[in-house]
Design a protein around this ligand. Structure first.
Ligand code: HEC
Ligand code: CU
Length: 393
């Protein structure tokens, strides 16, 4: 269905507007298709209305000796016709647009989670195993002919991703509002302080034509580069807040992850904080202490763990997602889990953003709805995340 919308359009216009490279995912092709459909819709009505206007001005122009025609008052049928037809077309556009939007914002349960941090004026991506990419490339280079040297412009980070994989971004800003924009995916989303936002996409399957040039060796390697830009005006260097997403074969990605080894995986770092600060009130094996256990399980009090709905004291319920956990740590009394006392101290100012993030990755790993299951996320297995039960995909 998604592809039909895009492929129903003439190829030339598609290429003229969106370039030679095909959209990297079905969701992106959907946006192109919808954009072109709306373009044709507008062209049709523009030509029709302007044509009629010109025709009528000529036909009913004022001429000497010809008395002016009386103006008709109202024609109910005509009024209904030209209200219903255009507005139902708009509803069709809305529905198709909404469908495209949800397919970008909602990603499959097992999508790999990439953490994005935006700050003035750079992007940092952190992988499930805690690694960050040390590689960069320049957006521009100038050849200095006198000295026979190449002068490279500002360096931008390269984020490697495996081909044919669902990826989900969890983003936050450390300062002002930014927006993470991947033009090839036709998607951008605001990145704001103190709240996670995100969207997902599926990386394309590489074709033999997809290559990039290795910066140091000059070798031609299989892969596909896509630019990332900031789409929210955020100050002086906004226009140079860029990065590259580089889609590579799975083996290359795995090798990079192994090479960029990290001191302490996010899960291990999370376990450390838990042992020091939270263990007295929170178990990870379903045992009820002062506070609820963090792993996923069900009992008479309801469902627990990441990805499950929390029943609250005030009778409402809320999904336990990353924002829920963040709030529970910084402002524990904002939502009180049903059956528990408001006995938890706030950790506002005591835990860094990174600490909170590590705790969330650890808590996620305790759930059978762990988004990072199957990724190399340290000792997730040990924490018992490999069960399929309860998955609602
Ligand atoms: C003095 C005991 C105590 C300590 C220490 C404590 N908590 Fe809590 N926590 C609670 C109680 C009680 C609740 C349930 C009431 C509520 O929702 O605030 C709770 C709820 C939570 C929840 C929501 C759980 C759910 O399943 O919905 C999270 C997340 C949480 N705490 C995280 C932490 C973290 C992280 C730490 C350590 C940095 C911590 N807590 C330390 C008592 C504690
Ligand atoms: Cu920005």
């Amino acid at each position: 269905m998604m592809q039909t919308l895009a492929s129903a359009q003439p190829d030339i216009l598609q290429k003229l507007i969106f370039g030679e490279t095909p959209a990297p995912s079905e969701a992106a092709a959907w946006s192109d298709g919808l954009f072109l459909m709306i373009t044709w819709f507008s062209i049709f009505f523009f030509v029709l209305l302007m044509g009629l206007m010109v025709y009528f001005t000529i036909k009913y122009r004022r001429r000497p000796g010809v008395p002016a025609q009386p103006s008709p008052h109202h024609n109910l049928l005509l009024e209904i016709f030209w209200t219903v037809v255009p507005s139902s077309s708009l509803i069709v556009m809305f529905v198709l647009g909404f469908q495209g939007y949800t397919s970008k914002v909602v990603s499959p349960d097992n999508a790999m989670e990439l953490k994005i941090q935006g700050s003035k004026w750079s992007w940092i991506a952190t992988y499930p195993n805690g690694a960050t990419s040390p590689e960069t490339q320049a957006l521009s280079r100038v050849v200095d002919n006198e000295n026979h040297t190449v002068i490279e412009g500002k360096q931008y980070p390269i984020f490697y991703l495996p081909e044919n994989t669902d990826v989900k971004l969890r983003m936050m800003s450390t300062d002002v509002i930014h927006a993470f924009w991947i033009p090839e995916y036709r998607t951008k989303m605001d990145v704001i302080p103190n709240r996670y936002t995100g969207f997902g996409f599926r990386t394309p399957i590489l074709t033999p034509g997809d290559t990039y040039v290795h910066r140091e060796t000059g070798e031609v390697m299989p892969g596909r580069d896509m630019w990332v830009f900031c789409a929210e005006y955020c100050g002086d260097d906004h226009s140079r807040m860029a990065a590259t997403i580089r889609i590579v074969p799975q083996e290359v990605y795995d090798q990079k992850m192994a090479d960029w080894s990290v001191k302490l995986s996010p899960i291990d770092a999370g376990i450390k904080i838990w042992t020091q600060l939270c263990k007295t009130c929170h178990e990870t094996d379903g045992t009820r202490l002062v506070g609820p256990a963090w792993n996923s399980f069900k009992n008479a009090d309801g469902e627990f763990g990441f990805g499950y709905d929390a029943l609250l004291e005030d009778g409402s319920s809320v999904i336990r997602d990353a924002n829920y956990y963040r709030e529970s740590i910084l402002d524990p009394n904002a939502k009180i889990v049903k059956g528990f006392a408001p006995a938890m101290p706030s950790y506002q100012g005591q835990l860094s953003e990174e600490d909170i993030d590590n705790l969330i990755v650890f808590i996620q790993s305790l759930s059978d709805r762990n988004p990072n299951a199957g990724q190399d996320a340290g000792d997730a297995e040990e924490a018992g995340s490999d069960t399929e039960a309860g998955s609602d995909s």
